[in-house]
Ligand binder design. Sequence first.
Ligand code: SF4
Length: 347
Amino acid sequence: MITFTTGPLPVREQVQTVTLAKGCVLCYQGAKMVLFVTGRCHRSCWYCPLSSERKGTDTVFANEVPIDVPSQIIEVAESMSALGTGVTGGEPLLCLDKVMEYCRMLKDHFGPDHQIHLYTAQAPTDEELERMQGLLDEIRLHPPRECWDTFLETDFLRSAKRAKEMGFDIGIEVPALPGLELLIPALPYLDFLNVNELEWGETNAYEMRKRGYELADELHNAIDGAKGWAAELCRHDKVHWCSSGFKDSVQLRERLKRIAQNTARPFDEITDDGTIVYGVLEPLPGQKDALARFCRERLEPDSFEDCGDSIAMAWWLLEKYSDELPGKKYVIERYPHGGMVVEMTPL
Ligand code: SF4
């Protein structure tokens, strides 16, 4: 465990000097890859945030990239210079063989210091813990809401104790729901307890409305009042509050910056948000060769790229030579490494 002061963050986040799980420290640096191993799950939590695209499927995603062959996981981790991986789902223990294969591959490739944590809504058995030993560093238990008031009598406590004896870092990670203070008796048995701000999503919207919950603001998916439900629990120094805003403003941005620094072309501009900006020229029919010649003769070799149907270049060069370059012209801002387009501005 590492003591860590949260910041620089929006004012409402600068509230705790906390003992963060090692996995969370890497997350703050944007250095944690998210490895989604299955959308299957034996539970049906009303607040489940899984998208309909992922729920119930066995598609694997490394960050947002769908994985066809395991070696792609290493490529995604390399692209962001990952220092660790968070294994999530669905329920990862439903495909433990696959999880172990991926963890072994990551540890072999990046070395034993590549920190790996795993979420599970099951209480791992002794046999499962033994299989994970040496390949996983940290286990985050997600006991369902209905067993919070009897946590000390559940298999989760037995698993937590056994995992600790076996050398794992052990914690609980749950969404902010009414009744969080029921987990206070569990704290002596844990290294940390993370509370995720409850978030509105496409698949849980009906259940949220049914309970009368509303969004806290128009910028994030956070539910109004969720922080209040966590207030009593968050007085304890093993407890860390992870806000919806943090996930967007720090975790994602820092991860994007790492990917951009590794993958941006010389003419891509990297923004403070970790997105990249560049110009695109789509030539009119029959003019592609002339435009390619223009670029070769007038521009520095590393300030443009011939992409086949279009030419990508520094956005400011496209703007500068706009009158001399016929065709469709626009400036793109997108996530790095061929990621999601954020904005497209015609010139
Ligand atoms: S345990 Fe997790 S993945 Fe499974 S239903 Fe609950 S929230 Fe969804």
